[in-house]
Design a protein around this ligand. Sequence first.
Ligand SMILES: Cc1cc2nc3c(=O)[nH]c(=O)nc-3n(C[C@H](O)[C@H](O)[C@H](O)COP(=O)(O)OP(=O)(O)OC[C@H]3O[C@@H](n4cnc5c(N)ncnc54)[C@H](O)[C@@H]3O)c2cc1C
Length: 519
Amino acid sequence: MTAPQPGQRIIPGLADAPDEVDVVVVGLGVTGAGVALDAVTRGLRVLAVDAHDLAFGTSRWSSKMVHGGLRYLARGQVGVAMESAVERGILMEVTAPHLTRPMPMVVPLASDVSPLQAAVTRAGLRAGDLLRRGARTRSETLPRPRRLTATETLRLVPALRPAGLRGGLLSWDGQLEDDARLVTTIARTAASHGAHVRTRARVLEADGTQVRLRDELTGEVRVVRTRTVVNAAGVWAGDLVDDVTLRPSRGTHLVLRAETLPGLGASVFAPVPGATNRFVLVLPQPDGTVYVGLTDEPVDGPVPDVPEPTEPEIGFLLDVVSAAFARPLHRDDVVGAFAGLRPLLDAGDGATADLSRRHAVLTSPNGVVTVVGGKLTTYRRMAQDAVDAAVAHAGLVAGPCRTHRLPLLGAASRAELAALEQPERLVRRYGADAGLVVASAAAATGLAPAELLAPVAAGVPVTLAELVFGVTHEGAADADDLLDRRTRVGLVPTDRELALPAAERALQLAGAPRRSGLA
Ligand SMILES: Cc1cc2nc3c(=O)[nH]c(=O)nc-3n(C[C@H](O)[C@H](O)[C@H](O)COP(=O)(O)OP(=O)(O)OC[C@H]3O[C@@H](n4cnc5c(N)ncnc54)[C@H](O)[C@@H]3O)c2cc1C
């Protein structure tokens, strides 16, 4: 097996990065990783960088849903809804069946939901199914919605408050195994096609022909010449171009243990008491946790690197879920909490445009193309639009977009994935590359599969094999990269502490370069 070359691997820092490329991509969230993959598969020379790490920003703080666009349909935005439904289908059936799954969702019909409200919700779910059909997503991938009896509802969600429950509405949407894993897989796929993907590399300044970058490991500053720059720096995009001003709003989730709401066989829309058509989502995860979200709070002042949930937000989410479930939730049921920032585009005169519905592609007078907003679900289309704009503006010769037919590394059909004999957790997170994860970790460490595949601590399902692979194949430079982005054990601080020695061991075994300097 030949070792991958720089430009086929994800590397921390700028050592041996090219001095001249066709496209520099700023930011390695889902958008920037998508742009890197789109551009390199059109035959362009690509350098894609992140100041911190893959998925350091908003992309790791999502609800991990693959949206079909129903909420946009409800607002009459048919085009946006259809785009979401089409991209959901591509992600679930072509590009990443291994990282996505159908997610059943239940709206409980409790005594405070009037028959009229129930009929309206049911009509909405039927319209959502029409979108699915319009997008040609198979009903085997996402089954049709239907009415549940009270008994069926309680069988799916036994922890619901049974008093007054007259049934439920069941529908299906997509769920991501993990948002940061999607980003890492897109970035690794881009690198496998020859994109130079570098973490710990901050863009200090950019115009349409060059960028000034700082290697955050060494402090060295260098200039890279380029034909075009795509600014995919998320809520920080306005730091690089004068004509884009973003004003974010914070969305907070709680993390509970699965035992807190036992037997959760579906996600639940818990209605916000006193509000019409506003829900808190209760989202079971495959790793033994449940997320509860979401809030929407304006954020003033400078954009923080890592936004923090507030106690009032935590209290609000606990209260709403307590009203829908049999057992009231308490503050000590919360084992973790995280927050992400939605970009609102400052449209001047105090007005804002919410870019979380549809993305914007803006070309600045200095030639930098900024792509901002949108969703994880629509990252591929955002990347296509941004690269189209950059190619047209810079007059580049490039092939057509190929990503709608390009499976990410590890992708396979659901039947093929089900037949794999690797551990279930690894198949969920790496798909057909699960065997590569084990084999390459064994080759790098000399350890037997039994040791590599054992949970790193009691109750913590992460394995040493994943951590070693994070270093050897996914550019992880330190324990934070491993615990907070290559795996998500960091979402529960007590589990993170238990997993820390394994992360340090993986770094040592895989021979990761020690961090120094500014990072
Ligand atoms: C609370 C919340 C929940 C959400 N839930 C969902 C969901 O369930 N499903 C869905 O489809 N979408 C969801 N979204 C939307 C989705 O998460 C975002 O649209 C998406 O992650 C944005 O990705 P991005 O790559 O544009 O930005 P980011 O992920 O923020 O990436 C920007 C990157 O740029 C880097 N950067 C910044 N400045 C520089 C610089 N100068 N040099 C180099 N790098 C730089 C940062 O380090 C960062 O990694 C949610 C959003 C929020 C806020």
